[in-house]
Design a protein around this ligand. Structure first.
Ligand SMILES: Cc1cc2nc3c(=O)[nH]c(=O)nc-3n(C[C@H](O)[C@H](O)[C@H](O)COP(=O)(O)OP(=O)(O)OC[C@H]3O[C@@H](n4cnc5c(N)ncnc54)[C@H](O)[C@@H]3O)c2cc1C
Length: 464
């Protein structure tokens, strides 16, 4: 930001709001790093290989992405995300390490001036999850183009035990990536955007005014031809919306548990900690609490066999810790005879499947209700509500509700992503605005990179 003339009226071609993996990956491509298909490489998909050979001299940015995407299938519903993933990590769904057919050339003449704004250091949500025990994906799924995560990890620690890395390591990798790829001059960290409005800049062409505060509350205001929303969806923890949820013993983030642990508030003599939720953050909280031998109650809405439960989707061999939590949830159910027997393999843990929280009381009691309507009161020391999170789009009119697939409803990664053109990531309802990452339903780093490719592509993107 120091280099930018903040109030001069100069229009910056692209301003990216959010400096997580989405913003970083887009900055890499906008800086002139250009993917080409290597002449000697062979892609394991013969059809794609054939198409890639047709115009070997064109960079991927000039190629017809729709044509290349045709017939490809993958774990994302976004075609460009599947294409880019399959070019960066061919066949990785099968655990194979096929080398990427892409080669990256630095072509500074292609660079588009841009600025990446973000609250904290580069790496986004990964800095906020540092307490979390494990990462979900195989480590190379989190890597960004042109810097092998495994090589960097190997340099950092002598023995890479398995293919995963901790969130703290991933956060450091992203920070390192920004400096290693010389992207720092495009990053203004410690910057919070508070308002984005459409204005008339020079001449008649409208542009965006991006307003906010820098470190120490210094206000700034810049003009941007294009704005990219890359703020992720982890800023506001979801709430149960029940009575007593604001009582001080009820927390909504993993770090509040960590803080209580570091203050020495929890041990085997404590009253149980209630963990609400059946996602991976809730599982992390169960593991962390059990690590201290503190008793745990675990309440969640679904049944343990529900196919939608994340534990039923993860390969057991790769995620033994989460498998263990799932085993606890299954074997130690409230009301089942095995859960109370002294021979139980998981003493001090009790699950409440198909239960919802009715209310929290000031005496640290919590009322749960089963799906059959049976109420149970439990005494706890702390309650951790870890049931997901929402984006904070307060800088947009009406919190960006007009931009969703379902107009006038809150934006969310799964239920109501921002409505974009799948091949350019242009926001349907706002010219000159783009969105990527979990905001458009792409929650995994592995697939959000496709959004960056779609935005910088030459043919249809409005960036140029
Ligand atoms: C517990 C947990 C575990 C996860 N595990 C995995 C995993 O194993 N593998 C995987 O691929 N994905 C995982 N994810 C998802 C992963 O976090 C996202 O895929 C990824 O971080 C999204 O990147 P992003 O850059 O779009 O957004 P984010 O990483 O969320 O970064 C956006 C940044 O923008 C900032 N920002 C927001 N609003 C503003 C504003 N107004 N002004 C300035 N800055 C702003 C935010 O503070 C944030 O730092 C996990 C998520 C969680 C919560």
């Amino acid at each position: 930001m120091e280099n930018q003339d903040r109030d001069s009226g100069d229009i910056i071609p692209v301003v990216i709001i959010g400096n997580g993996p989405s913003g970083i990956c887009l900055s890499y491509l906008l800086s002139g790093h250009t993917p080409y298909v290597s002449q000697d490489a062979a892609h394991p998909n013969p059809l794609l290989q054939h198409k890639l050979r047709e115009q070997p001299d064109l960079s991927l940015l000039e190629q017809d992405l729709e044509y290349l995407c045709e017939g490809l299938e993958g774990r994302s519903s976004n075609p460009v995300a599947v294409l880019f993933d399959s070019l960066l990590l061919p066949d990785s769904d099968f655990g194979l390490e096929h080398s990427s057919p892409l080669i990256w050339r630095y072509e500074p003449e292609r660079a588009i001036p841009h600025l990446v704004l973000g609250r904290g250091p580069p790496g986004g949500a990964w800095h906020a999850m540092e307490g979390s025990m494990l990462t979900l994906s195989l480590a190379n799924w989190m890597e960004l183009p042109g810097l092998k995560l495994k090589d960097w990890l190997r340099e950092k620690r002598r023995n890479v035990r398995n293919d995963r890395a901790t969130p703290a390591e991933i956060a450091l990798y992203y920070q390192h990536y920004v400096s290693q790829k010389s992207l720092e001059q495009n990053f203004a960290c410690g910057t919070t955007v508070t308002e984005v409005t459409r204005v008339h800049g020079d001449g008649d062409e409208p542009c965006w005014r991006v307003t906010g505060v820098q470190r120490q509350e210094v206000p700034f205001s810049i003009l941007a031809r294009n704005v990219v929303l890359a703020t992720g969806t982890h800023d506001i923890p979801a709430r149960l919306r029940v009575d007593g949820e604001s009582l001080p013993f009820v927390c909504h983030s993993f770090w509040e548990l960590e803080a209580a642990i570091s203050r020495g508030e929890l041990d085997e003599l404590s009253e149980p900690v209630l963990v609400v939720g059946a996602g991976l953050t809730a599982a992390d909280a169960v593991l962390a609490t059990r690590h201290l031998s503190a008793p745990v109650y675990h309440a969640f809405r679904r049944s343990v066999t529900d196919p939608g439960l994340i534990f039923n989707q993860l390969p057991k061999l790769l995620y033994p810790e989460y498998h263990k939590v799932h085993q606890m949830m299954t074997q130690q159910q409230y009301g089942s005879p095995t859960s109370s027997s002294s021979s139980s393999s998981y003493p001090n843990y009790l699950s409440f499947p198909k239960h919802r929280v009715v209310k929290f009381l000031p005496n640290k009691k919590c009322i749960l209700e089963s799906d059959l309507g049976q109420k149970t009161a439990i005494q706890v020391s702390k309650a951790l509500v870890l049931i997901g999170s929402h984006p904070n789009l307060s800088f947009l009119p009406d919190h960006g509700r007009s931009l969703g697939v379902y107009r006038n409803e809150p934006i969310s990664c799964r239920r109501n992503p921002i409505d974009v053109d799948p091949f350019t990531n242009r926001v349907t309802e706002a010219p000159g605005m783009y969105a990527m990452g979990p905001l458009v339903g792409e929650n995994f780093v592995r697939f959000l990179k496709g959004g960056a490719l779609a935005i910088v592509r030459k043919k249809k993107s409005g960036l140029h």
